[in-house]
Structure formats: structure tokens, C-alpha cells
Unconditional design. Structure first.
Length: 456
């Protein structure tokens, strides 16, 4: 492709570039910068052809970059599994109003999932007005972590079931604190062996996938929140970012507040639970979760510490609900069984639908249950504030079930949520409708808590 572009004359380059810019410049913010960036990413390829990269004209570089660029419809297949949090900015509102940020799992071609956002305002009657979405998509600048602790790194590889016999030599030669560049060089050297077995290649690739999973994202400050898309970055999430459960976390230690979310990274054959945190929705820090409890999907962080420790819901066996406590928000061990399937609509499995909600009566946990025909319903449970492993009550029937006109969709017979809030003494529960769209329900908290306490 590069060779073909290089033999075009200057007039052909200019005409093709101008036509491309006419058709696409209004669809993207500063698309010429994107073209330059994409050309720069194949600089090694160009220079390997004995071409003087610096001597290439700016127009020709832009044209090369345009041939290395494609549009991707991030929400074309589905927009689903929403979570909702209180916005940091609550200024300029009327009494009874609350500004919120809603996250969604957006899925496009190839079933690749990313995280998208909407901003809205709940009024005093719990009507939700969603703000107009932006015209462009902002891809974040990425900064990867460069220094790693060897002991913690090896522990996570073990949790990922990476075979030790294929990686021991490389890891044993590294110091207790090692740089990413040194690790990558050693792995690439091993991968260059033409006789390498596929099992060892996979194990070595998983080392790089893990190291690539630590990174920071920085979005431009002139972007609207609806334009900021958290798209799969690292190899560990190359097949998608699934079911982010966002929660507004209040840290008692320094009276600060931040928004955090657990999500599942998937690369086609391995899942990796990860944590993302932000204080402004412009800068995000991403890191893997460690420990025997950081397995499988369905992790949900409590919005505050309990008796000085972080607390987390999980479903490590794919069937039952568990609870864990930790001194570190990224390290999770010793899961304690919390709930097992009890009712017919949840006999396949039970899990959470987002982070627990604090109420004066106890921790309200919205759950999901899977029953016959893989039908998903949403339930609710109440747990003691000081000892969340003690169940106060649990609805015997679903709080929410798929209606007849909601059952058909990308994944039929499913209602599902990744996080709710309480506003004006009502539960505001956003949920996905058979994965083809999302809406929300309003539940009176007095009635819900009364039903939960009577269910004991």
C-alpha cells in the first residue's frame, strides 16, 4: 500500500487527500492529526523500505495515514448494561434535581464492547432528561505503566493460569522491580525463535497482555462526555470491555470522592477483572485486580469502607454471590459465600446488578437471577450495614422481569443493570432491554424496604 502511494504524483496526492477531507473532516475533530498519528505508527515499515521518512511531504504523510484509518460504529449492535452515578457537578439545579452520569456497554461489529457515557438530570418527579450527545468521538491519549513489582506480577500470572514452565526463565532473570521495556525485549527475543511451541507462545503473550493492562487515559478538555469512549486498549481486552459497574466512592480517610468501576477485560479466551477510577471523567487510571477473589465476572465495589476496609461483591464460581474485604482496592482474597440461588427464577445463577446502595435500613443490593430458558430477571436483597454478610431480607419474586414486548433483541429475554442510585426516596434503576436498548425504572423506597424487611 505504501509503495503504491509513494509512486503517486503530487497532484494525485493532493486531489485524493482533499476529497477525503471534504467527506470526513466534519465527522471528526482534527482528523488531519489522526492521519499524521496513524502514519507515524507505521514509520518503521516505511523506513524499512529504504524511504527517507523526513523527506516525505506532509500531504503524502496525511494520505498514508488516511489509508491506515477506518471508522468504527461503536453502538451499532447494542447499547446496554447501564450504570448510573451522581455527577461531581451539582451546581445550578432546582430543588429536587440531580445531575447524573450514565455509562453503557456499547457493542459494534465483531461484538467488540467499549464504555460510553451520557449526562442527564433527574427532576423532582424522577423524570430523566438526557443531554444532547456530541458530534465527534474523542480517543484518549494513553500512558502505560513502566515499572512493575515482580512478586505481584507473578502472582497475577498465576491467577490467570499462565503456565509457569514456559515463563520461569524470563521472569527469574528480572530484578524485583523491573521496567516494561526490559520485559518486552526479553519476551520478543523468545518469541522470535522459529521453533517455539504454541503453548509457550501463548504463555509469553500473556505476560505482555498483563503488563499492557496498566495504563492511564487522558481525554481532551474540549470534548463532551458523550464523546469520550473508553475503547479496548490493551491486548488483554482486545475482544471487549464488558459490564462496567460504576460507583461514587467516598473515602473517609481524606474526605475525597472519586468514581470507580470494575469491569471485565476479554481477549477471546482469557478474562481479566480490572478496576478503573476517575476524579473528573477526563483522566482515568486502569489496572488489573489481583487475588483469589478477583476471578470470574460480576465484581461490584461498595461505595465506602466498612470498618476501615474496602468491601466487594463477587461471583467467583459463576453461580453464587460472595463478599470480600481488603486493605487495598486492587487486592482481593478470602471470598465469603453470601447468597445461593433459592427461587425458581434464579436457579441457574445469581449475581449483583451493581454496587450496593446505602440506606438507613441496610445495604440494598440489586441482584440478577437466571432461570429457565436463560431468562434474566432483577431482584433485590437487604444486608446489615455493619455486617453485610448478614442478610436482612430478599424478595422471593423478581423486582423486574422482561415484558412481552421487551423480550426480542440482540440477546432475548434479558433485563440487566450495572448500577442504580437513590433519588427523592426512590430507587432509580437503569436497565438494558434484551441488549438492544436501555431504559430505567423508578421504585418507591418505602415500599421496597418494607417488602424486603417483611420477606425475612
Amino acid at each position: 500500500m505504501v509503495a503504491r502511494i509513494m509512486v503517486l504524483n503530487d497532484r494525485q496526492v493532493l486531489e485524493t487527500l482533499e476529497q477525503t477531507l471534504r467527506e470526513f473532516a466534519r465527522r471528526h475533530r482534527n482528523i488531519s492529526a489522526i492521519f499524521f498519528k496513524h502514519c507515524e505508527e507505521i514509520r518503521d515499515v516505511i523506513e524499512s523500505m529504504q524511504i527517507d521518512y523526513e523527506a516525505i511531504s506532509l500531504d503524502r504523510k496525511m494520505l498514508i495515514g488516511s489509508y491506515c484509518t477506518m471508522e468504527y460504529a461503536i453502538e451499532s449492535a447494542a447499547i446496554f448494561n447501564p450504570s448510573i452515578v451522581e455527577d461531581f457537578d451539582q451546581s445550578g439545579l432546582e430543588t429536587g434535581e440531580k445531575r447524573v452520569i450514565i455509562s453503557f456497554r456499547a457493542t459494534g461489529e465483531g461484538h467488540i464492547s467499549s464504555i460510553v457515557f451520557r449526562r442527564g438530570i433527574l427532576d423532582k418527579d424522577n423524570n430523566l432528561q438526557v443531554m444532547k450527545i456530541g458530534h465527534n468521538i474523542d480517543k484518549a491519549e494513553i500512558e502505560h505503566k513502566t515499572l512493575f513489582n515482580k512478586e505481584r506480577f507473578l502472582l497475577k500470572l498465576s491467577e490467570m493460569h499462565t503456565q509457569d514452565k514456559y515463563i520461569s526463565q524470563i521472569m527469574q532473570d528480572l530484578p524485583s522491580e523491573f521496567e516494561f521495556a526490559v520485559l518486552k525485549s526479553a519476551v520478543n527475543t523468545a518469541l522470535s525463535d522459529p521453533s517455539i511451541r504454541q503453548e509457550r507462545r501463548t504463555a509469553l503473550e500473556e505476560i505482555i497482555w498483563l503488563a499492557d493492562s496498566f495504563y492511564d487515559l487522558q481525554f481532551k478538555h474540549d470534548s463532551d462526555i458523550t464523546e469520550r469512549v473508553i475503547f479496548p486498549i490493551s491486548e488483554s481486552e482486545s475482544r471487549g470491555i464488558e459490564d462496567a459497574r460504576f460507583v461514587r466512592f467516598d473515602d473517609d480517610d481524606d474526605e475525597s470522592s472519586r468514581v470507580m468501576a470494575t469491569y471485565t477485560a476479554y481477549n477471546g479466551h482469557t478474562i481479566l477483572p480490572k478496576l478503573i477510577s476517575t476524579e473528573d471523567f477526563y483522566t482515568f487510571r486502569v489496572m488489573p485486580l489481583h487475588g483469589a477473589g478477583a476471578q470470574n465476572k460480576n465484581l461490584a465495589l461498595f461505595p465506602r469502607k466498612i470498618k476501615g476496609k474496602y468491601a466487594m461483591l463477587s461471583r467467583i464460581d459463576g453461580v453464587n454471590n460472595y463478599i470480600m474485604y481488603s486493605d487495598r482496592v486492587t487486592q482481593w482474597n478470602n471470598p465469603i459465600l453470601l447468597q445461593e440461588p433459592r427461587y425458581t427464577w434464579e436457579l441457574t445463577q445469581i449475581g449483583n446488578c451493581g454496587s450496593p446502595l446505602w440506606t438507613s435500613e441496610g445495604w440494598l443490593v440489586i441482584t440478577h437471577g437466571v432461570g429457565t430458558m436463560r431468562r434474566y430477571c432483577i431482584g433485590a436483597s437487604l444486608f446489615d450495614l455493619d455486617n453485610p454478610s448478614q442478610e436482612i431480607g430478599r424478595l422471593s419474586e423478581p423486582l423486574l422481569s422482561p415484558l412481552e414486548d421487551e423480550r426480542e433483541g440482540y440477546v432475548p429475554n434479558v433485563v440487566y443493570s450495572c448500577g442504580a442510585i437513590i433519588h427523592n426516596n426512590s430507587l432509580i434503576l437503569p436497565y438494558a432491554v434484551s441488549d438492544y436498548s436501555s431504559t430505567y425504572a423508578v421504585v418507591d423506597m418505602v415500599e421496597l424496604l418494607d417488602a424486603l424487611k417483611k420477606s425475612k
